[in-house]
Design a protein around this ligand. Structure first.
Ligand code: ZN
Length: 183
């Protein structure tokens, strides 16, 4: 497996309609492995092949319930709608609010050539709709309102600082102990 470079908005591949995969080749399997590694490394919850410069209808998604590698995915059922914040690895440093279906069913081919149907809701459904849009050259920024920079995670940074302080203290304590133990 290898990390691939994620292309950023402005790259023409992000605006192309990706090609259907007629036959899954070893190169496609390699691509899916690389895409998964690249997604986890980013870190992200989904990645579409055009985002690594490959105009093929392939996506990988993992919202915490396991990794899905999907070839030629297609929405065959949709229901409801909700608006929530979204970001994209190809549009760094921004989020925006996008209206998506609440529930969808996606039909796709797995890496071993089986046809599956996935029922997805809420965040998983949102993520799949976002990735499938990439295959049609659509970016979430086309549909988003209230584009903005995400809130910084101040609280987490403070916790990290405290933890570092504690580590330093215990290190200096153990140094003192060692010095006292010197005969
Ligand atoms: Zn994206």
């Amino acid at each position: 497996m290898a990390l691939r470079e994620i292309v950023i908005t402005g790259h023409p591949v992000l605006r192309k309609k990706a090609k259907k995969v007629e036959k899954i080749t070893p190169l496609d399997l390699q691509l899916m492995d690389d895409m998964a590694e690249t997604m986890y490394n980013a870190p992200g919850v989904g990645l579409a092949a055009p985002q690594v410069g490959v105009s093929k209808r392939i996506v990988v998604v993992d919202v915490g319930d396991g990794l899905f590698k999907l070839v030629n995915p297609k929405i065959i059922y949709s229901e409801g709608s909700e608006i929530d914040a979204e970001g994209c690895l190809s549009v760094p440093g921004l989020i925006g609010d996008v209206e998506r279906y609440t529930k969808i069913t996606v039909k796709a081919t797995t890496p071993d050539g089986k046809t599956i149907k996935i029922d997805a809701e809420n965040f998983f459904a949102r993520c799949l709709q976002h990735e499938l849009d990439h295959l049609d050259g659509v970016l979430y920024t086309d549909k988003a309102s209230n584009m903005r920079e995400p809130e910084p995670f101040d609280e987490e940074e403070e916790i990290d600082d405290e933890e570092e302080d504690e580590t330093e203290e215990s290190e200096s304590e153990s140094l003192i102990e060692k010095e006292e133990n010197i005969p």
